[in-house]
Design a protein around this ligand. Structure first.
Ligand SMILES: Cc1cc2nc3c(=O)[nH]c(=O)nc-3n(C[C@H](O)[C@H](O)[C@H](O)COP(=O)(O)OP(=O)(O)OC[C@H]3O[C@@H](n4cnc5c(N)ncnc54)[C@H](O)[C@@H]3O)c2cc1C
Length: 404
C-alpha cells in the first residue's frame, strides 16, 4: 500500500502544503504530478475505499468488459508519496484556508485543488429512480446499474428499447450512446435487430454537434436503423405503465411505451461548492478556464467534472488539465506567476460496434482537435483497441500516478 491514511480522531487540525479534494481521475493524477515535480507535502481527501475507471462502465453495460476490470482498491492506486485523508469535504472556508470534513475535523492548506466530480441527479426526472429499480431500467452511469444493463440488453429479442442522453453539463455526455451501438451490433449478430425498435433521445439539434462526427455517427445510425429524436429531453417516467414522456423544453410532449429504458441521468455540481461561495452560475467551481485558478480566491484551483469550464467533461480533458494545473500550482508555491494554459481539449470515444470506435476530439468551442491522428474521428478498429485495451492500462499504471 503506497498511500498513508492520515485520519486519526485525535489529530484535529492537520495542515498540508497542497490539499486536493477528491481522489478520482483528476485528483489523483494532479496529486501524483505535483509529487513527481518535487512538491513534498501533498494530501488528498477521498472518502471512498474503491476507485472506479468510469469509461469502462459503458463497455460493461454494452457487454464488452467484465465489471471487475473497472474497479481497484483506492489504497492500491494512490500515487507514491501522496497522503490520504479518508474523509469527505463538507465545506471550504477560503478566508481561513481550511476545509471542513464530514468527521468534524478540519484541515488547513496553502493551496487547495478541488476535484470532487459531478453528481447523478436521479430525482431531477419524475419517476426515474423507480424505473431504475424496476426490471426494465438501467444505466451505464453507475457501476451497479451498468452491470444490470449488461444482463438486460443481452436478453432483449424484440420490443422497444429507449436510450436517453442527458441535457446540460454531464460527464462525457455522449457516453449514453456507447452501449446502444454495442447492443445494436450484438442484436444484429443474433439476427434480431429487425424486431427491436431502438430509440435514442438527444438534447442537441444534431446527434453530436460537429459536422464530421455527425456524419460518421449517422452512417452507423442508418445501418442499425436507430430512431433518433433530436432536441428533446426526458420529462417523466411511469415505471408501472412502462411509459416515458419526452419533448423539447416547454414544447409539446410525446408518450412512448418501452420494454427497456437506458438512461444517462441529469447531473449537477456538489452542493457544498455553492454553499462555500466558490460557484459559478451553474454551481461548478468558478475558475479561469485557461489557468484553472479560482476567480474567487487565488489559492484555490479546480479541475475535472466539478470545474466550471466550457470543455466536454472527460478523462481526456484531464490529461491536459492536470498538466497545466500542476505547473501553475508549483509556480505559485515557488513565488512565480502561473502561466500554464489548458487549451480546452475534450474527447468522447464512441464505440460504434463491438470492435470499432469513433473518437470525437474537440475543444471548448466545438472545433475538431485530433491528438491521436488526423482521422481519429473515423470509425476504426485501432480506435477501439485504444479505448478498450490501451487506455485502461494507461489509466491504472500511468495517469493515476501523474505520469501521463
Ligand atoms: C459512464 C461514463 C463514461 C465515461 N466515458 C469516458 C470516456 O470514454 N472517455 C473519457 O475521457 N471520459 C469518460 N468519462 C468521464 C470521466 O470518467 C470523468 O470526466 C472523470 O472521471 C472526471 O474526473 P474527476 O476527478 O473530476 O471526478 P471523478 O473521477 O468522478 O472523481 C471524483 C472523486 O471525488 C470523490 N469525492 C466526491 N465528493 C467528495 C467530497 N465531498 N470530499 C472528498 N472527495 C469527494 C469521489 O469519491 C471520487 O473519488 C465517462 C464518465 C462516465 C460516468
Amino acid at each position: 500500500m503506497s498511500a498513508e491514511n492520515t485520519s486519526t480522531a485525535e489529530d484535529h487540525e492537520r495542515a498540508h502544503q497542497v490539499l486536493v479534494v477528491g481522489g478520482g481521475n483528476g485528483g489523483l493524477s494532479v496529486a501524483g504530478r505535483l509529487r513527481r515535480a518535487g512538491v513534498a507535502d501533498v494530501a488528498v481527501v477521498e472518502p471512498s475505499q474503491t476507485h472506479y475507471y468510469k469509461p469502462l462502465f459503458s463497455h460493461i453495460a454494452g457487454g464488452t468488459a467484465k465489471a471487475s476490470e473497472a474497479v481497484r482498491a483506492q489504497a492500491d492506486v494512490f500515487p507514491e508519496g501522496v497522503r490520504w485523508v479518508a474523509d469527505a469535504v463538507t465545506a471550504v472556508d477560503a478566508e481561513n484556508k481550511r476545509v471542513h470534513l464530514a468527521s468534524g475535523d478540519t484541515v488547513r492548506y496553502e493551496q487547495l485543488i478541488i476535484s470532487p466530480g459531478i453528481r447523478n441527479d436521479w430525482d431531477a426526472t419524475s419517476g426515474l429512480e423507480e424505473a431504475m429499480r424496476s426490471p426494465h431500467g438501467a444505466s451505464n452511469y453507475e457501476f451497479d446499474l451498468a452491470r444490470k444493463a449488461s444482463a438486460l440488453l443481452r436478453r432483449v429479442r424484440s420490443g422497444t428499447v429507449v436510450f436517453v442522453q442527458a441535457p446540460g453539463p454531464a460527464s462525457c455526455a455522449g457516453a449514453a450512446q456507447k452501449p446502444m451501438y454495442q447492443a445494436c451490433a450484438y442484436w444484429q449478430a443474433m439476427n434480431v435487430l429487425h424486431d427491436i425498435h431502438v430509440v435514442l433521445l438527444v438534447p442537441t439539434p444534431t446527434i453530436f454537434g460537429i459536422p464530421e462526427i455527425d456524419a460518421e455517427l449517422q452512417r452507423v445510425i442508418d445501418e442499425y436503423d436507430i430512431d433518433v429524436r433530436t432536441g428533446v429531453r426526458l420529462q417523466e417516467v411511469d415505471a408501472d405503465q412502462r411509459t416515458i414522456s419526452f419533448g423539447p423544453m416547454g414544447g409539446e410532449r410525446e408518450q412512448l411505451r418501452y420494454d427497456l429504458l437506458m438512461v444517462e441521468p441529469v447531473q449537477k455540481a456538489p452542493e457544498w461548492i455553492r454553499a462555500s461561495g466558490l460557484a459559478d452560475a451553474e454551481g461548478f467551481v468558478a475558475v479561469n478556464e485557461r489557468t484553472l485558478r479560482s476567480t474567487v480566491d487565488p489559492d484555490i484551483w479546480a479541475l475535472g467534472d466539478a470545474a466550471g469550464t466550457m470543455n466536454s467533461k472527460s478523462g481526456g480533458a484531464l490529461r491536459k488539465q492536470t498538466k497545466a494545473l500542476a505547473e501553475n500550482v508549483r509556480a505559485v508555491l515557488e513565488g512565480r506567476e502561473p502561466t500554464a494554459i489548458y487549451d480546452g481539449y475534450g474527447v468522447c470515444p464512441f464505440t460504434v460496434s463491438r470492435s470499432t470506435a469513433v473518437f470525437a476530439e474537440f475543444d471548448d468551442r466545438l472545433r475538431m482537435m485530433p491528438t491521436l491522428w488526423s482521422s481519429s474521428y473515423r470509425e476504426s478498429r485501432m480506435n477501439w483497441i485504444i479505448d478498450r485495451r490501451i487506455f485502461p492500462q494507461v489509466y491504472w499504471r500511468m495517469i493515476l500516478q501523474g505520469r501521463a
